[in-house]
Design a protein. Structure first.
Lengths: 67, 528
């Protein structure tokens, strides 16, 4: 499983969770399944309360400095 | 400035160059596969090469032999010609280059500077190719000049202007050279031009005839327009047509009516937009027409390549013209009299219930553009577009590059202003993973899909088939590839590094078969 970095009619380039790039020839793949809309990021759904999420966003928004 | 003369001694004496590319050579181009003498390879527009050196057993060894990098900007959509060891190509916006076909080294180059106020409304600043006849090559320019250049030197032999760019007219198509005539079409359907097709004297550039694609008052077909709409009715002729020397008929596709998406201002069928017209090559008079999409409101120009095929149907020999149309239907017509014989859907479409027995579409209700947007397949770029199909007389299949994509079509108010966009709406195409492409092999007699090779995205590249049993095609992502002509199985692919938006050709260098394609901003020639 990896994140699609690039794709054409013959090849596919994926980045795995460790950041490694894997290049595949589609003709050599036994199967290929797309998972549209799914993210490799772990869900924060049970990690933060609604208030905690608002606090986090407010903190991030405050991090404005010189570029 | 004095030049430097050389005398090169060769071990083998090369044959003398033919003095000219005669009309007879053009008429018999299919029997001269060492060259590629017309835009589509022959007058029947088969884009088929009788060369069979490169085949399924060795195509995996195909490799670049030379690369020519163009120096001008813009979209490289050229389909080169090859005659007597020289490759001729166009570079955007208005350059013709002659290359040594063996090495890719330039022999001469000619350019026409484009005016700073050049209008290209609705298409890129591109040029799709040229024609060769006699001692000359012929090219059209975005500012509507048709120019004859000496094949040997690039010197200008004549230069005529056929239309006014300030009204939105341009030339992007390759001319078609027939016996003593240069036939050339124009772009401008998004600017509300009145389309036409011109035939020019090949020796002088003098206009021999003009066919207006939108009939004027008193002419047949004018009744399909209302009021003054015909004056700004579109009907551009922006892609090279085909020619049958026996009937002396030209077959030419005609583009969309204007404004594109708001048909309220032009009630009626709007002839001869979205039609195929058959014209007497001597006079330019209309012999017959067939309209694929009456009163089009989706910008489905019929500027696709008409392919001429001789066949026996139900025991009777027929001379046919077939077209995979932008509206997602494949059509078979009798090319002598224009009789509709068959239509078959070859790509996803949601606008027509069927094509009736006369060839007219039975349109679903509520498929017209709206202010809110109406989702319809195919997209305005169509199920296919200007890029060439290929017909193989060996497999009797028509190979088509297909775009599987839908669009939301929008309608808006529009007022005609000379030299400005006159479209009346727009589109939002479904892109990304919602769209795809295919190279599809159609049975030419039934239109049924025999095989289909899926492409990652909708293509803008044409197809070449060969006697070696291969089909060459290209992709937006830069892949140039070969498929088995009988099965569609992939046999070879090469990453060119630039999007392929052009048509492949094949020819010989010193008796060896080569394949050429424009990709990115380069011409790449492949050989074994």
């Amino acid at each position: 499983v990896g994140l699609r970095v690039n794709e054409d009619s013959f090849t596919l380039q994926l980045r795995d969770q460790a950041g490694r790039i894997h290049s595949f020839s589609k003709l050599e793949l036994e199967g290929l399944e797309k998972l549209p809309g799914e993210s490799l990021m772990p869900s924060y759904q049970s990690e933060l309360s609604e208030t905690g999420l608002e606090d986090l966003v407010a903190y991030l928004a405050s991090l404005r400095g010189e570029p | 400035v004095k030049g430097v003369g050389f005398v090169a001694a060769a071990l083998a004496v090369a044959p003398a160059l033919p003095a000219q590319v005669s009309y007879e050579r053009l008429e018999n181009a299919a029997r001269e596969p060492a060259s590629w003498l017309t835009y589509s390879g022959n007058y029947a527009s088969h884009r088929f090469s009788a060369l069979d050196e490169i085949d399924g057993s060795n195509v995996s060894r195909l490799r670049p032999v030379w690369i020519y990098q163009t120096s001008s900007g813009g979209a490289l959509e050229t389909s080169p010609l090859v005659a007597d060891g020289v490759m001729y190509l166009t570079e955007p916006p208005a350059t013709v280059t002659a290359l040594d076909a063996k090495t890719g080294r330039p022999l001469w180059s000619w350019s026409r500077p484009m005016p700073t106020d050049l209008r290209t409304l609705g298409f890129p600043r591109t040029n799709r190719g040229l024609a060769v006849l006699g001692h000359n090559v012929y090219v059209g320019t975005l500012d509507n000049h048709v120019v004859a250049l000496d094949r040997a030197s690039g010197a200008v032999r004549w230069d005529v202007q056929i239309a006014d760019n300030s009204l939105g007219y341009c030339i992007t198509a390759a001319p078609l050279a027939i016996d003593g005539k240069i036939v050339i079409g124009v772009s401008g359907g998004e600017a509300g031009v009145r389309g036409f097709l011109d035939a020019l004297d090949a020796d002088t550039g003098e206009r021999l005839w003009r066919f207006w694609t939108i009939p004027g008052p008193g002419e047949p077909g004018h009744e399909t327009w209302s009021g003054e709409a015909w004056k700004t009715g579109g009907g551009a002729t922006w892609l090279t047509g085909s020619y049958d020397p026996d009937f002396d008929l030209l077959y030419w596709g005609v583009g969309n009516p204007a404004p594109d998406w708001n048909g309220d201002v032009r009630p009626g069928d709007n002839l001869y937009t979205c039609s195929l017209v058959a014209l007497d090559a001597e006079t330019g008079r209309l012999k017959w027409h067939f309209q694929f999409t009456p009163h089009d409101v989706h910008d489905w120009d019929a500027n696709q390549i008409p392919v001429l095929i001789d066949a026996e149907i139900d025991g009777r020999p027929r001379k046919l013209v077939v077209m995979a149309n932008r509206n997602a239907f494949y059509y078979v017509l009798d090319r002598e009299v224009g009789t509709f014989l068959l239509a078959a859907q070859y790509s996803k479409q949601t606008w027509a219930k069927e094509i009736d027995e006369k060839g007219r579409p039975v349109v679903f209700p509520n498929t017209e553009p709206t202010e809110e947007g109406t989702l319809v397949w195919p997209s305005l770029q169509g199920a296919t577009n200007w890029f060439s199909p290929s017909y193989s007389p060996k497999t009797r299949l028509l190979y088509v590059a297909v775009r599987e994509m839908g669009s939301y079509y929008y309608k808006a108010e529009v007022e005609y202003k000379p030299g400005d966009y006159f479209m009346g709406g727009g589109e939002r195409a479904l892109a990304g993973d919602e769209a795809s492409g295919a190279i599809r092999a159609l049975d030419v007699w039934t239109g049924k899909t025999v095989w289909s090779f899926r492409q990652h995205s909708p293509p803008w590249a044409g197809v070449l088939s060969t006697a070696g049993g291969l089909v060459f095609a290209g992709a937006e992502e830069g892949n140039f590839f070969a498929l088995d002509a009988a099965t569609g199985e992939p046999r070879w692919q090469f990453q060119t590094g630039g999007g392929v938006r052009a048509n492949p050709i094949s020819f010989q260098i010193e008796g060896r078969q080569h394949i050429a394609i424009a990709a990115g901003k380069s011409i790449i020639v492949f050989g074994l």
